[in-house]
Structure formats: C-alpha cells, structure tokens
Design a protein around this ligand. Structure first.
Ligand code: G6P
Length: 394
C-alpha cells in the first residue's frame, strides 16, 4: 500500500497533489487545434431525438475544439444536475455554468431529494447526474427516475464502467484516476471542469455563446492545471500553519455568495468529514438571519470572495464577522484585494482568471486546510469514522 501512495503519507494528500495532472488529462483533447483524430466520448444517442450541434454563431475551429465531448440535445428548455455529497457541490457550479453559457434555466438537486419532490422533468429537460464512483444508490435512483420520465440523461463519472456510467444515455468520463480517500478532492475539481465543458458544448450547440467568450474560457482552461500546481506549492505550508492554530476550535464557518457558496459548502464538508470539527457553510446574506449570533471572539471564519460582482457585498459580510472578533481567512480574487485588510490570513487568486474558473483554484487551499487540521488532530484522514467512499444504500 505504501508504494501506491508514493511519497505521500495518505491517499488524500496524494490525490490533492494529483489535481494538476488529473485536470490536464481531462483537458488533454483541448490541446492542438480541433484535436484532430479524437473520437467523440460517450455513446451515440439512445433515441432519435438528438439534434446535431448547428454551430450557429460559433466558429468552426471552436466547435471542433469541443467535438470530443458527448453530443448534447439542443431541444431542451432546462438543465438539472443531480448528485450527492461533494458531487452535489460540483453540480451547483455546473448549474451556474449552463445557466450563464447555455442560456438555460438550470438547477442542482440533491439526488436523495430528487425522487421525492415529484420532479417535473420530461423530454425537454436535460438531466446530468454527477458521481465519482458511479454507484451511489440515490444518484442511480434519480437517473432511472429521470429516464422513466423521458428526460435525456448524461452521466459525469470517474469510474467509467460503473452502473451510472453504463445506464446514462451519454457519458463524460472524468479521467481523474482512482480516488481512494473517502474525502473527494481531485474528482471534485474534475467535476467542476467537466460541468464547465458541458456548458460550453451546450452553449455552442445552441448557438448562444459568443466565440470570443468560449475562446477565452478555453484558453483559461488550458492554463488551469499550472495554476492549480502553483496554488498547491504556495499554500500548503500556509494552510498547515493556520491548521495548527485552528485545530482545536469547536465550530468553523464558511461564507460565500453565488459560486463561492458552493466552494464554501465544499470547504466545510471536507473539514467535517475528516477532522470531526463542526463546520457550517452559509450564504453571506444569511449571516444576519441567525448565524451571526454564533460569531464571537476568536471564532474561525473562512470567507470566499472570488466573484467580482459579489466582492463588495462579501466584504461587508466579512466585516460583520470581523467586528465581532472572528478570525478570518479570506480567499479572494485580485480585484477584492482590499478585503484582505480585515483578514487574519488571505489567499489571493492570480490575475486574469475568468470568474467561472476561480472555484477550482479557491477550493484547493480549503482542501489543504481540512487535511492539515485532521492530520494535526492525529486522525486517519483516508478512512474517517462512519463514512464510506461509495454509498450504495439509500
Ligand atoms: C460519499 C463519499 C463522498 C462523495 C459522495 C457521493 O459520501 O464519501 O466523497 O462525494 O459519496 O459519491 P459519488 O461517488 O456519487 O460522487
């Protein structure tokens, strides 16, 4: 087992460090113009209702650049992303991407809730299930229910031969490599990028995406693995230092708005899963509606403000926690550098990264923090108590 972990103490740390490589693999087809000779992924359409991407409003080269992705139906009115756990946080981001780039009302739903809410999905609803293992019982149940209701389905899975991967109409494999640690890390960042790729593909196929926009995002994606590597290199020691300070605190709060809320949710889940500290994520605007009563002297708060349009609002929220004595770690975009003044420690994302890609970078220090806190507490990070890697019961 030691040899599989290589130089790392645990699978989780190894998998955190494998993220640049995993993303590079997922994005490999983007290298080279039009990625000639690459067969499309996934299977052919199961029924005859699929329409070919019409390429309207896009340049040929850019459509070609994404041709390796599964062919998606353009005759839909909405997109649902359905998943559990960490994959659900990726689903929230994916929904924000299809909403913006494919101009389709999009939502993320917990797989464990999907079937019981009498989901109004049908042939004009694209249902995308996201699952690392491809075996999660609730996610599989949701997939089957969506299919029963006539919705076209796509699975984003890491384990290609999995039940979910086999049963969905189309598959986008993550290619992140085996993920052994219970707490998901490299699968998460790959799921977020996969969601973005699907949104680009759908936006292009529907002819609603300007070529300059998609070109800019594709360029950003090419740079992303390097940027993740740089984030790891710079933040690991800093997060260790912060973990030493925070490791015996009782409650930690993660705050964000919009896409940053999904990152906050993922950050708190990582910490809870492996450190057994209580952590809670909430939307910045909700602080005043209750949780502020728990923010007192020395309470750790992780504030995310990576989205330029929400930075001012988040700064206000973080100020509210600061003035009650909170110890704040901020993860911010370069425009929000002012927010760092109220922080105990800050992580500033590099210049020039599209806001859509920022969650992938922002989550990395939070993974490192959770890992370092759990290690500092002497816990088995790969196999946390009571949790399983793949939950095959409902
Ligand atoms: C379990 C794992 C989590 C994972 C969730 C969904 O709870 O411990 O890491 O996010 O299941 O799993 P899936 O394989 O469907 O992504």
């Amino acid at each position: 087992e030691r040899s599989l972990k290589g130089a790392f103490d645990d699978y989780m740390l190894k998998e955190i460090h494998e993220q640049p490589e995993a993303l590079g693999r997922l994005l490999e087809p983007l290298r080279g113009p039009g990625a000639p000779g690459r067969a499309p992924l996934g299977r052919g359409a199961r029924n005859g209702s699929r329409t070919l991407p019409n390429g309207r409003g896009t340049s040929e080269a850019q459509v070609a650049g994404l041709r390796w992705l599964p062919e998606l139906p353009t005759n839909v009115d909405e997109v649902w992303f359905v998943a559990c756990g960490t994959a659900y946080h990726a689903a929230r981001l994916a929904a924000s991407y299809t909403d913006e780039l494919a101009d389709l009302p999009s939502r993320a739903e917990l797989a464990s809730e999907f079937r019981y809410g009498q989901p109004r999905v049908g042939p004009r609803s694209l249902v995308v299930v996201i699952s690392q293992s491809g075996e999660t019982a609730d996610t599989l149940g949701a997939l089957r229910e969506a299919q029963r209701l006539g919705a076209p389905t796509v699975a984003v899975v890491n384990v290609e031969g999995s039940t979910i991967g086999r049963e969905a109409d189309q598959v986008l494999p993550l290619r992140a490599g085996d993920e052994i640690a219970v707490a998901s890390t490299k699968a998460f960042t790959a799921q977020v990028v996969a969601g973005l790729l699907l949104a680009l593909r759908l936006g292009q196929a529907r002819g609603v995406l300007r070529p300059e926009r998609s070109g800019g995002i594709l360029e950003g994606l090419r740079l992303l693995p390097e940027q993740v590597a740089a984030m790891l290199a710079v933040q690991e020691a800093r997060m260790q230092e912060l973990a030493t300070r925070w490791r015996d605190r009782r409650d930690l709060f993660f705050i964000g708005r919009g896409r940053d809320l999904a990152v906050a949710m993922e950050g708190q889940l990582k910490l809870k899963e492996i450190s057994y500290l209580h952590a809670e994520a909430l939307a910045g605007g909700e602080l005043k509606h209750g949780t502020l009563s728990l923010i007192t002297e020395g309470v750790p708060v992780v504030g995310l403000a990576t989205q330029p349009d929400l930075a001012v609002k988040m700064a206000g929220n973080l100020q509210e926690t600061r003035s009650r004595g909170a110890e704040v770690l901020v993860v911010v975009g370069p425009e929000a550098e002012g927010v760092t003044e109220l922080a105990f420690m800050s992580v500033v994302l590099p210049q020039g990264v599209d806001p859509l890609l920022r969650p992938v970078l922002a989550v990395v220090p939070l993974q490192l923090l959770a890992y370092a806190v759990a290690k500092g507490r002497g816990l088995d990070v790969d196999k946390p108590r009571n949790l399983a890697k793949s939950v095959t019961v409902e």
